[in-house]
Design a protein around this ligand. Sequence first.
Ligand SMILES: [Mn+2]
Length: 437
Amino acid sequence: MNDLSFLDTAVAACNEQLAAAHEADLQALGGQLARRGLDLERVLAQAARLEVAVPSWGFSQGGTRFGRFPIAGEPRGLEDKLQDAAVVHRLTAVTPRVSLHIPWDKPENPREIKRLAGELGLGFDAVNSNTFQDQPGQRLSYKYGSLAHTDPAVRRQAIEHNLECIEIGRQLGSKALTVWLADGGSFPGQMHLRRSLDRVIESLQEVYAGLPANWRLFTEHKPFEPAFYSTVVQDWGTSWMIAQALGPQAFCLVDLGHHLPNCNIEQVVARLIAVNRLGGFHFNDSKFADDDLSAGSLKPYQLFLIFHELVDAAEDPKVRKARPKFAPAYMIDQSHNVKDPIEDLIQSAVEIHRAYVKALLVDRRALAVHQENNDVVMAERTLKAAFDTDVSPILAEVRRRAGGAIDPILAYRESAYRARVAEERAGGGGRDRGVLG
Ligand SMILES: [Mn+2]
């Protein structure tokens, strides 16, 4: 299809309907912010800087281990996924890059895919390797691990796969490799707890050696699943140990769903910033031990508190001195089974944007004073004052100025995109996806 002009028509029609109410809301919010000493235009300029990558695996209907219920018009391949990603970006104006999964979305012709993405106004974020499942025709199995496997030949295969991901990413213009390992033991005694980590570090050192100078390597921790007793890279501490062993281009990636219940994730973020190893995020939300619900759907305050740490760090001279370019990579990592995946990603992008903009409103000078004075109530109120502010008009204005939609979900529905692709892609069917960490 590629011609998405019908989308612009839908955006224009919806925006026209909503413009008067939006402008009144924006003006009222501007007045409210001015009384708090904040300049609306300045906040709008900062708000326009957020960029979040969407996952290539998030455009097919996700599933559970019990089953999958495909949606009509699922992408038939990477080209269709890029088009869907372009739709999300046109509507939300904050998702200019795609995070690719290899081999699920391995481009046959990277040069051609890069050209197509460019035409659609997209670039590529970190590439994600996969050594957590066996692919058809694969020589050796990852049943008992990959980079931590006891057999050097399996480790070699996993290393080569990661190096291949770097090569593909290089051709696409990516600048980072994300490694999530399923390696671990499901029973006590199955795996030597120290030696398995030694093997992961040794394997990753070989991957790291193949990293271009301007690339970063992210390791993603996860406490359990698929291993149910002892995952090798189970928490941020182990991820940090790996980063230290590898070198200055290695960083830790925080997937919000990869923590035990009640974990203080914003504190994990603060610690990783303190040791200068925060690489980026996989955003999603989680109620129990899941990691695929829409970002901000369950714990918007947690998401806000994470962004508060990030904004605070970005403004901190001490952090800036250690790392002049403090720019964690923001990616969405989710794919569940009941929503239209495009609507799901639109919602998540908007909620991430919302948390970020609310964090921009925190009166940090006042907060510091309240913290110094141990004034617990006023310190908490300072955070809540920002969190309780309805920043929807700011998000809408950022989108509108960038040619996006005041209300992206309404504009998406108005465009009837899903019905169009359902017809166009009929019979093409997306292939079953697995579950990415
Ligand atoms: Mn992840």
